[in-house]
Each structure stands twice: as C-alpha cells, then as structure tokens.
Design a protein around this ligand. Structure first.
Ligand code: FAD
Length: 307
C-alpha cells in the first residue's frame, strides 16, 4: 500500500526539499548511493571488482528542466570514463544512463538526449565497455527504444532495460531477443496506471518468467535484474534449459541490497553485476528504493524520530 504513495512523493518538489534537508537522510542514503563524486566512487569500483563482482555505474539524476543540464550529464559520464580507464577493467565496468537526465522529455528532447548520450557510448566503447539505457516511466519508452536502435547501428553492444510490469514488454522482448541485443529485465520501479501495467505482484512475477524465457531462448544477452530468490533460481533453470553457458547471461542487483547474494552468485561462477549509483541528485533513485520495501521506509522514519 505504501509503495504507490512513496512513488507519488518521488515526483513532488515539496517533499524532495523536506527529505533532502532532513539531517539524517544522508546516512540512510549512503546505504544505496555510496558516493557523491567520481573520486569517491573509484575506490568502491576497485573494491567490488576485487571481490569478483562486475559493475554498472549510474550517475544519479533524472527529469532535467533545461538543455544545459543535458551537457552537464554528458560531462559527468565522460569524467567517469576518464577516471575508470586507468583501472583497465574493460566490460567489467559498464554504465547505465537515464535518458531523462539527458533531456529526453524537454521539447526537442529526443534529439538532444541522443546527441549527448552518443559521446558517452563512444567513450565507453573506446575503453572496451558499453552503456545500458535504463527504462523510466512508460511515456518515455518509445523514444528510449528508438535511441537504443539508433545507437546499436554503430555500437551493437549498447543495452536497454525492459520492465515486466508493462503489458507491452512481452512484444518488446520478442523484438529485442530476435535482434540479438543485451537486455536487462526488471520488474519495474515506477508508478504506472492499470491501463498499461499489471498492478498485482503475482501477475508481475508470472510476466517476468514468461519474458525471461523469451530472452533466454533468443539470440541476445539476457541480464537478470532482480533480488528475488525465486526468480533467480528460475533464471538459472531457464538458462540451463536454453543451453546457455555461464558467460551467456548475467545477474544484476543494486548496490546495498542483498550484498551476500552478490558474492554467493559470483562464487558459484556467475557473472554478477552490481548497479552502483553515485552523485548528489539522488532523490528519485532513493525514493524508489524506499518504495520497493516498506521496511526501508520504517528504518528511515525511525532514524528521523530517534534524533
Ligand atoms: P522484489 O520482490 O521487489 O524484492 C525481492 C527481495 O529483494 C525483497 O524481498 C527484499 O529482500 C529485496 N529487496 C528488493 N528491493 C529492495 C530494496 N529497495 N531494499 C531492500 N531490499 C530489497 N527499474 C526500472 O523501472 N527501470 C530500470 O532501469 C531498473 N534498473 C534496475 C537495475 C538493476 C540491476 C536492478 C536489480 C533493478 C532495477 N530496477 C529498475 C528496479 C526494479 O524494477 C525493481 O523495482 C527492484 O529490483 C525490486 O524488484 P525485485 O526484482 O528485486 O523483487
């Protein structure tokens, strides 16, 4: 019940100001977003890769309001590439981007986002790695898939994300699987209306399994984005049935969530990629993490009250 309320709050400027100004917020935020600057994050990259984990790096930010902020987003990712290139980790450290952080929803935003994300994809390719386009709310997805298709003409390894809760996703998965793309499948983290998305958790899980089977049976590279233990074991079974070797798919989880499971899967020989977000514009990302698990909200509320 609380999830949709928190997701609605994630779009409110008034609540953003309140939450951001709360004195304890930062210490709770750190669990999910372990740094503010690129200098903070490089030791974390070295630490996690040293433990056998791969990473996808996200500079937090979304829904920008001026075209200039799109250039700032581009430059933040270019600085990240510059900082990680000396670690020489190639595809072990890739990047995830949200196109609304590149201006996708501004007037003329499709072209603006494509123009500013392309240099990031080019820079990633130059150090032997790649970029995945995150999935945001359903109104942004046609543009995201068009940008993905455009980028794949020059950089076929560019990935994208699909969300099991949307009715459209089974068709998207068939198209992407046939085209041999890298695809991360997640349940979906936004507040979506009943006209476009399943609302029932059980229905979402069933859709996740159907879509994952399509990806595993297809020609692409499936990236299983979930912390759900049941879905993880189903994914292993589907990969076995499809005859995939351990390096022909991967698991992905978020930094700070089920960290023991990251290490367990990596120790079993799986490729395990940790989605690691950093930066100062953390509000939307943080609120989605609160919405996913009511216990997080209780912890947050308790830490405010205990001050
Ligand atoms: P759930 O059933 O929600 O969780 C299973 C178990 O995992 C829970 O019981 C709990 O133990 C643990 N858990 C899950 N979430 C939390 C949390 N926040 N805090 C503490 N414990 C938790 N969504 C998008 O819409 N677009 C994206 O581009 C996107 N990218 C993602 C990338 C990765 C690598 C991952 C893992 C998720 C991403 N998501 C994205 C979020 C996703 O849609 C879900 O909201 C999120 O993963 C929770 O679903 P779950 O599959 O883990 O299952």
């Amino acid at each position: 019940m609380l999830g949709p309320v928190i997701l609605a709050a994630s779009r409110s400027d008034r609540i953003r100001r309140l939450v951001s100004a709360a004195p304890v917020t930062k210490q709770v935020v750190d669990r999910f977003i372990p740094g503010e600057t690129v200098d903070d994050i490089v030791p974390i990259v070295a630490d996690l890769t040293g433990k056998g984990l791969d990473l996808t790096m996200d500079v937090v930010g979304e829904d920008i309001t001026t075209p200039e902020q799109s250039t700032i987003a581009r430059d933040a990712y270019l600085a990240l590439v510059d900082h990680i290139k000396d670690l020489d980790l190639g595809p072990r450290v890739e990047m995830s981007v949200k196109l609304t952080m590149f201006g996708q929803t501004l007037p003329g935003g499709h072209e603006l986002a494509l123009a500013n994300v392309r240099p990031v994809v080019e820079a990633a390719a130059a150090i032997g790695t790649t970029v995945t386009l995150d999935a945001e709310d359903h109104t942004t997805l046609d543009s995201m898939f068009a940008i993905h298709e455009e980028l794949r003409k020059d950089f076929p390894q560019t990935g994208c994300v699909i969300q099991a809760y949307l009715f459209r996703t089974e068709a998207d998965a068939r198209r992407l699987a046939a085209s041999g793309s890298r695809v991360r499948l997640v349940k979906g983290a936004y507040k979506e209306p009943a006209e476009v998305a399943y609302q029932d958790k059980h229905e979402i899980d069933k859709a996740y399994v159907r879509i994952l089977r399509t990806l595993m049976d297809g020609d692409g590279y499936p990236m299983v984005g979930s912390h759900d233990p049941r879905l993880i074991s189903i994914a292993q079974e589907l990969a076995r049935t499809a005859g995939r070797k351990l390096d022909e798919y991967e698991f992905q989880m978020l930094y700070g969530i089920r960290s023991d499971e990251h290490l367990r899967l990596a120790a079993e020989g799986h490729r395990m990629r940790v989605y690691t977000a950093y930066g100062t514009d953390w509000y939307g990302y943080f609120m989605r993490r609160l919405a996913e698990k009511p216990a997080n909200l209780r912890f947050f509320a308790r830490s405010m009250l205990s001050r």
